[in-house]
Design a protein around this ligand. Structure first.
Ligand code: NAI
Ligand code: MG
Length: 365
């Protein structure tokens, strides 16, 4: 059988710096665990614009459609801020998400014990937290028509439309139930069915998919505003949360911050299954290109390394190897190894990006 294939798009700013540490982890799994990937690397974002006049070439797009998974660093930076909208670095990322139809965005909020005091919440509220927010990513109010700003009489009116079809809701609901079966079998769906018709449909369709296909999974429904309160009050009551694009944007950012630094947060965006049964998939850290620290060896590579761990788990059925990699990160943090973004107010000496990579490889060994 052919090796699993991986397209790596390091991108701009700290993207290449953190991705270099992921490459070392990938090589480690090849050498020590016999898990060999066919890795190819390409340009996306500002660096692709510099080389080709476009943030994503058709060749790279085609390659992304063929591989088992794409791993992306970050795109953008001040150098590109003045570019025309059509060739902005972010357009490369948006094109990938859109053409791969990545409708299910997985954002874990996981609290590593060693960082529990780093949270703005009390230790007992966050210690051991491990929840997953699934945000619908390709529809809803960010895409619905009609939209725009126009004149009505002598004032301007801004319009956006929340629109969901049954099939759009059903497919993201399925992805939540599938995931729940691999975790603690519990899904909470969030909308605002009390004030929005699209929320009523959301609630009905999630319930129907549940009753017909996943009756074994425990399902609850919550209004999204109550969900926000519950997430800060007692987040451990949740396991998988599924919600629409807009509420998911807010709730996933909120949940992420329960646990600490941007430099720690991975994500996955999944689409429909390909011929090989695996979902189309793009893995990336939540953070951006961090121009303020780019090129200084200060970036925390953990978000990108944990994104690769998610790829192992969700694209390659390598849960045991994902556990191994996440365990190595946990060990290193417990040993007190910290990049600058993880330093508390009492200081200490931070390690560099490469030194964090060294420590994770040593823990893997
Ligand atoms: P950012 O995430 O790049 O940085 C926010 C703050 O967090 C900065 O102070 C940065 O130094 C810090 N930070 C981020 N990642 C870190 C890491 N791994 N280790 C240590 N510190 C880290 O967001 P910002 O500053 O709003 O955007 C900068 C550029 O990145 C912009 O051009 C923006 O458009 C782009 N961006 C790209 C994203 C992507 O590629 N998915 C997502 C967000 C922003
Ligand atoms: Mg957001």
């Amino acid at each position: 059988m052919a090796n699993p294939s991986l397209l790596i798009l390091p991108g701009d700013g700290i993207g290449p710096e953190v991705m270099a540490e992921v490459r070392r982890a990938i090589d480690w799994f090849g050498a020590k665990r016999g898990l060999v990937f066919d890795v190819s690397e390409d340009l996306v974002g500002g660096c692709a614009y510099d080389a080709h006049g476009t943030p994503l070439t058709d060749e790279t797009m085609a390659k992304a459609q063929e591989v088992d998974a794409v791993l992306l660093g970050a795109v953008g930076g001040p150098k590109y801020d003045k570019l025309d909208f059509s060739v902005k670095p972010e357009r490369g990322l948006l094109r990938l998400r859109k053409e791969m139809d990545l409708f299910s965005n997985l954002r874990p909020a996981q609290c590593f014990d060693a960082l529990a005091d780093f949270s703005s919440l009390k230790r007992e509220v966050v210690a051991g937290l491990d929840i997953m927010i699934i945000r619908e990513l390709t529809s809803g109010v960010y895409f619905g028509e009609p939209r725009g700003i126009h004149k009505e009489g002598n004032e301007r009116v801004g319009i956006n439309t929340q629109r969901y079809t049954e099939s759009e809701i059903a497919r993201v609901a399925r992805s939540a139930f599938e995931l729940a079966r691999k975790r603690s079998n519990k899904v909470c769906s969030m909308e605002k069915a009390n004030v929005m018709e699209s929320g009523i449909l959301w609630r009905d369709v999630v319930q129907e998919v549940h009753d017909a296909e996943y009756p074994d999974v425990e399902l609850s429904h919550m209004y999204a505003d109550a969900g926000a309160m519950q997430l800060t009050r007692w987040p451990k009551q949740f396991d998988v949360i599924v919600t629409d694009n807009l509420f998911g944007d807010l709730l996933s950012d909120l949940a992420a911050m329960l646990t600490g630094s941007l430099g720690m947060l991975p994500s996955a965006s999944l689409g429909l299954p390909m011929a090989n049964g695996r979902p189309k998939a793009l893995y990336e850290p939540v953070h951006g290109s961090a121009p303020d620290i780019a090129g200084q060896g200060k970036a925390n590579p953990i978000a990108c390394i944990l994104s690769f761990a998610m790829a192992l788990r969700y694209s390659f059925d390598e849960g045991a190897n994902a556990d191994l990699l996440e365990g190595a990160v946990q060990t290193v943090l417990a040993d007190g190894v910290r990049t600058a973004d993880l330093m508390g107010p009492d200081g200490g000496t931070p390690v560099s990006t490469t030194e964090m990579g060294d420590a994770i490889l040593a823990a893997l060994d």
